[in-house]
Design a protein around this ligand. Structure first.
Ligand code: FA5
Length: 343
């Protein structure tokens, strides 16, 4: 059997090393080490040998089997490499300078993102830093600490989506005021950009929109500082425009105001103007002086510090900047509309 094995091994070496194709190599593999192959049947015959011979021949047979498998594997790698080379040599040369079959258009920032970025850069220039807070918020930060306790009628103005009370989707960016003041002692000068959610839907209201909150706290901050900052901001965003501060109500500011900007379409004349509904003014946000109760809720002393806060709707500002009359068109993903603002 030993001689027989030597013969098999040299036969395998000859046949395998000259196997011209992968198909022929597979046939040889089946012939020698397949289920009914030459070496496999020799292994089956081991049981008929006397015990001591069986052990010696078993070891020898296994060595031969391992050798055969190695030879087969080596030839397989050679044939694979050769097949790949043939394929590469016969393929037509690839001309990478040819223009593509389909034009790919470059992406661009969404108009609302662009307005937000512009807004943030302006505010950073005058010393405001960016603060953030969660969109899934606690009732405490969204209302309670902002001087809006349970059953306060002002909660109805911002009807929102509750996950499970007291957890809700924040209805404004004002909760970041509380988080920022709890984190740091005055002075403080922050803006807080982000998504907010309300149960609203019409030409000027959507259920998800973006606000940027502003908050400045120090000794002797007055309404004049608030006006100065907002005039600077609007001038940079739209060019010099008259602003109007209309008395209003927010539980977390006192006094409070809505900020209106002169209409960019009719320049304040109001004459048959769809954009400002003939009023000559456009609302861009709410603002006011931080209420003493808000300071108390974050352990600031309202007798020592004062501050202003504002909250602006980014979609509304983008509508004014780009002359868009239906806020919903920002979210319909119609490229014909969005592409007009890419550059
Ligand atoms: C507030 O959200 C206050 N937190 C703003 C504030 C902050 C006041 C700090 C005082 C101090 P208001 O609900 O008015 O206020 O919303 C602010 C702005 O968000 C609005 O002027 C408007 O531009 C925008 N806005 C409100 N609701 C929507 C909506 N559903 N869709 C799009 N924009 C909206």
């Amino acid at each position: 059997m030993n001689e027989n094995l030597d013969h098999i091994l040299s036969e395998v070496r000859n046949h395998v090393s000259s196997a011209p194709t992968r198909e022929e190599l597979e046939r040889l593999r089946v012939h020698y080490v397949g289920k009914k192959g030459v070496i496999t049947s020799l292994l089956h015959q081991l049981k008929d040998l006397p015990a001591e011979k069986r052990k010696e021949m078993g070891a020898r047979l296994n060595d031969v089997k391992t050798d055969v498998e190695k030879v087969l594997k080596a030839r397989q790698s050679e044939l694979n490499r050769k097949a790949l080379e043939d394929q590469l040599n016969s393929a037509p040369a690839l001309d990478l300078s040819l223009p593509g079959q389909y034009a790919t258009s470059a992406g661009a920032l969404h108009p609302v993102t662009r307005v937000m970025e512009e807004f943030i850069q302006i505010m950073k220039r005058i010393g405001f830093s960016v603060a953030t807070g969660p969109e899934v918020e606690l009732d405490y930060y969204n209302f309670e600490a902002l001087n809006t306790p349970e059953h306060h009628p002002a909660r109805d103005m911002q009807d929102t989506f509750y996950i499970e009370p007291p957890i809700l989707l924040r209805s404004h960016t004002s909760p970041v005021q509380i988080r920022a003041m709890k984190n740091k002692k005055p002075p403080l000068q922050i803006i807080a950009p982000g998504k907010v959610y309300r149960s609203d839907y019409d030409m000027t209201h959507v259920p998800m929109f973006h606000q940027i909150e502003g908050l400045m706290v120090d000794e002797h901050i007055s309404f004049a500082d608030l006006k100065g900052v907002l005039h600077y901001l609007v001038k940079d965003l739209f060019g010099a425009r008259p602003l109007r501060f209309r008395p209003s109500y927010f539980p977390f500011t006192e006094p409070s105001a809505e900020v209106d900007m002169q209409c960019i379409s009719c320049r304040g004349s109001g004459k048959e103007c769809r954009v400002c509904k003939s009023t000559g003014w456009l609302e861009i946000g709410g603002c006011g002086m931080v209420h003493p109760n808000v300071f108390r809720s974050v352990n600031y002393d309202p007798d020592k510090v004062s501050g202003f806060a504002f909250g602006m709707g980014m979609e509304r500002i983008a509508m004014l900047k780009y002359g868009i009359d239906d806020i919903r068109s920002f979210f319909e993903n119609d490229l014909r509309m969005l592409e007009q603002f890419s550059c």
